[in-house]
Design a protein around this ligand. Structure first.
Ligand code: NAP
Length: 230
């Protein structure tokens, strides 16, 4: 049985990742800030005995160290860094908030990296040895034709830069890294007018991950599996 660890698993794309991988028979380590308060996740867990729930705020170094130790002997085939925030949503040129910008970097950029550092041995000890990172096409400079979104765009661009380096550095350990754009998805973040459902999104993400090779490691994947320019 393959194992996947998912951050931000209580709603949105993360919750659907839990559902589909559990239905495929994977052992799912579903992490979120408040598992006791997540009805949807609790219901999924009652229906699938292969889901285990863990408390993890990805910015909390103590929780991260504790969970890494607790799962010391668990090989993790896919470490899925899904959790993220939009950050300051009223930012425009001349009206950017330094503290909110830093907070967004903490969640979207630094925390996924620290999560990956904490679980790299678990991943390297697995069969698939895969780190998945939920980025956004909004982090692509080549794709930026509309401006704005300073905080979110820069946090995802920096996430991409960090994981391109990690993909290079982790190659000798046989670890592959996929930097993923999930599409514009109907979630709290994506809103009701988004283009695709979480079901469609996760179906495609699973397909892309199943095709990941050492040669394509470190690439930025569009939801259809094609490559997004940086
Ligand atoms: P969402 O519905 O807003 O869900 C965000 C998830 O991240 C929630 O589970 C939230 O937990 C969790 N989270 C936030 N901060 C956290 C922290 N410090 N520690 C642990 N968990 C935390 O968003 P979504 O649309 O599913 O987005 C998932 C990922 O896809 C994000 O990285 C996002 O940037 C990316 N993305 C989404 C879209 C889209 O169209 N939806 C497009 C491009 C990229 P709480 O419930 O505890 O807040």
């Amino acid at each position: 049985m393959s194992t996947i660890l998912i951050t931000g698993s209580n709603r949105g794309i993360g919750l659907e990742l839990v559902k589909q991988y559990a239905e495929q028979g994977w052992h799912v380590l579903a992490c979120c800030r408040q598992p006791d308060n997540s009805t949807a996740l609790q219901q999924l867990t009652s229906a699938h005995e292969n889901i285990s729930l863990y408390t993890l705020d990805i910015t909390n170094a103590q929780q991260l160290a504790k969970l890494s130790k607790q799962l010391e002997h668990t090989a993790i085939d896919i470490l899925f860094n899904n959790a993220g925030i939009y950050g300051q949503n009223d930012a425009y040129f001349g009206h950017t908030d330094e503290q909110k910008w830093l907070d967004t970097f903490r969640v979207n950029t630094i925390a996924p990296f620290k999560v990956t550092e904490a679980f790299i041995d678990h991943v390297a000890n697995s069969e698939l040895k895969t780190v998945a990172v939920m980025s956004s096409k909004m982090g692509s400079m080549a794709d930026n034709g509309s401006g704005g979104s300073y905080v979110y765009r820069s946090s995802k661009a920096a996430l991409n830069a960090s994981f391109v380096s990690a993909a290079i550095d982790l190659k000798p350990r046989g670890v592959k890294v996929a930097i993923l754009h999930p599409g514009w998805v109907k979630t709290d973040m994506g809103g009701p007018n988004a283009e695709i459902s979480t079901e469609q999104c996760v179906f495609q993400l699973r397909k892309t991950l199943s095709k990941l090779t050492m040669d394509s490691s470190g690439s930025f994947f569009e939801i259809d599996g094609s490559i997004i320019p940086w």
